[in-house]
Design a binder for this molecule. Structure first.
Ligand code: AHR
Length: 554
């Protein structure tokens, strides 16, 4: 592989993303940010805490909003760096504890956060993936070059049957992206048949011969990936014409998926950040669709960066870099609003979900790692960023019904980092665990004065909050204190309930740049936190730079 090939994706992606970033500036006025003029001296040291002051939140516990779909907490695992090989797959002969080659520590950690779905095999990788390379006897599988990601050898030892085994071990749903870039409709149709047909057909027999007689469940099917970029640089109209045929001919034959909630959902490629051209083209076509094809989701990709190529470091950063990244991530609220408005014009009943199947912090590669492997550390900052994004998704829950953070293990904003037999859970993982009660909960409106956190010329909302009623009827409140220095006393009033107790967990650490490492895995870990209850409500002391999730007993 030439060095040009090894970095090609990053360069091309950077150019495309830069255009998107420039476009995004047009929308900056919808964001509630104010800019002041003062200069700031950066501090790499943990900030000295400052005095708390009181903010108020009002929870309309007697009112209900939409369901916060559990699929908002979805994951993404691409054949990229050690996202699959090393992160999930260690091989049956490995000394690392595994079940049929899939590492057991990772499976246990993922079960604990109740991962609702995993998107696979990519990403850009998906549009060059030929599924037949990854089935059958391991020794006979094709070895290819992973052209998108570092020119690494792709041994195809983790293929369809291994992915489905992983899905079943974790207890999650499969979100499979078919190859619309370099693959054919026939190839995609055959793949879905291989996965879903019963053993009375040739496709099902082939799967049975590979060890799995029962059809797999494919809950979500992605029709291409970033077809505006690495997926083939297609004009929106060209993509739409092709997508209709992929949607028409990819039949799911699983007898258990023919009706009801388990029917397979097809997700079309949609926008990059705030470029609305794919949103317009796909939704316009969908409005006029006939019986022959349909989609249930439109994908949006929106990464948090401070420009392309990403240059903010994932370790040792100061509070100015922290503020820049938080400012960047909050833009997703306006991006969702823009695409939702377009979708509302064609789909006022909100039948088609906006599926944000790639999002998260994209930072500079960790020094000493292959830039093509997208390795970055994960700090308290990333945990705070994750919580802010989940809150935004919850506030758009009527349209945003699925998201996939990029990526699950060892790549970009990961849940889990591994190195051979070692594994560590990141701050982002802990946020996902704390938010489990919000999966399929009913959104409860909250109102509050966010206050502000000012860092040099950047001014951001200081506090954020959402509330929801879980499936078991319990009320939950999530709060974020973005300010890296000032704790916040938060006085919460609840309409319609008399509170008896409020307890849960807080995630914080000495610095926004604090990280968990293999040798120090609990620097950023949740600790218990309770509120002070009185006749008028509950008061919480939110530490500076913290995420708090509490259950409200009434
Ligand atoms: O997540 C890394 C890459 O980002 C994905 O492969 C691609 O879809 C996007 O550009």
């Amino acid at each position: 592989m030439t060095s040009a090939g090894r970095t090609g994706h990053a360069r091309n992606g950077a150019a495309a993303r830069k255009r998107g970033y420039q476009n995004s500036m047009r929308f900056s006025k919808i964001m509630a940010f104010t800019m002041a003029g003062a200069a700031f001296t950066a501090l790499a040291q943990p900030a000295r805490p400052q005095a708390a002051d009181t903010l108020s939140i009002s929870v309309a516990a007697d009112r209900n909003g939409p369901t916060i779909n559990r699929h908002i907490f979805g994951q993404f695992a691409e054949h990229l760096g050690s996202g699959i090989y090393g992160g999930i797959w260690v091989g049956k002969e490995s000394r690392i504890p595994n079940v049929r080659g899939i590492r057991s520590d990772v499976v246990a950690a993922l079960k604990a956060i109740q991962v609702p779905n995993v998107r696979w095999p990519g990403g850009c990788f998906a549009d060059e993936y030929h599924w037949r390379d990854g089935i059958g006897p391991a020794a006979k599988r094709a070895v290819r070059v992973n052209t998108n990601w570092g020119g690494a050898a792709e041994p195809n030892t983790f293929g369809t049957d291994e992915f489905m085994d992983f899905v079943q071990q974790v207890g999650t749903e499969a979100y499979v992206s078919v190859n619309m870039g370099s693959g054919t409709i026939e190839e995609a149709a055959d793949w879905v048949a291989y996965m879903t047909a019963d053993a009375s057909s040739t496709a099902g027999k082939e799967r049975a011969a590979n060890g799995h007689a029962k059809p797999y469940k494919v809950k979500f099917l992605g029709l291409g990936n970033e077809s505006w970029g690495c997926g083939g640089s297609m004009r929106p109209d060209h993509y739409v014409d092709l997508m209709k045929r992929f949607a028409r001919f990819t039949h799911n034959f699983n007898p258990a998926q023919q009706e009801g909630d388990d029917v397979m959902q097809r997700i079309a490629v949609g926008p990059n950040d705030n470029d609305g051209s794919y949103t317009e083209a796909v939704m316009k076509a969908w409005k006029d669709h006939d019986w022959a094809w349909d989609i249930q989701g439109l994908s949006l990709h929106s990464y948090t960066t401070d420009g392309w190529p990403p240059h903010l470091p994932s370790t040792g950063f100061d509070e100015t870099d922290y503020a820049k990244l938080i400012r960047a991530t909050l833009k997703i609220d306006g991006i969702i609003a823009e695409h939702s408005a377009i979708m509302d014009r064609y789909d006022p009943e909100k039948k088609v979900a906006l599926v944000i199947d790639e999002w998260g912090a994209w930072l500079a590669p960790l020094p000493g790692t292959d830039p093509g492997f997208l390795v970055q550390q994960n700090s308290l900052r990333d945990g705070i960023l994750a919580a802010l994004n989940i809150n935004i998704f919850a506030r758009h829950a009527d349209r945003v019904r699925m998201t996939n953070i990029a990526q699950m293990i060892n790549v970009l904003q990961a849940m889990i980092l591994t190195d051979k037999e070692k594994m560590v859970l990141t701050p982002t993982y802990h946020v996902y665990k704390m938010y489990v009660p919000f999966q399929d909960a009913t959104f409860v409106p909250v109102s509050f004065d966010a206050g502000s956190f000012v860092q040099g010329d950047i001014s951001l909302p200081r506090v954020d909050a959402i509330a929801a009623r879980a499936k078991d009827g319990k009320l939950w409140l999530a709060m974020v204190n973005v300010d890296p220095r000032r704790p916040a006393n938060v006085r919460v009033r609840f309409d319609g309930v008399t509170v008896k107790a409020a307890q849960g967990e807080v995630l914080t650490a000495p610095s926004v740049a604090s990280i968990n490492e293999f040798t120090a895995p609990d620097v950023v870990a949740p600790r218990p936190l309770a509120g002070r209850v009185d006749a008028g409500g509950v008061t919480f002391e939110l530490p500076s730079k913290s995420v708090v999730v509490v259950q409200i007993d009434s």
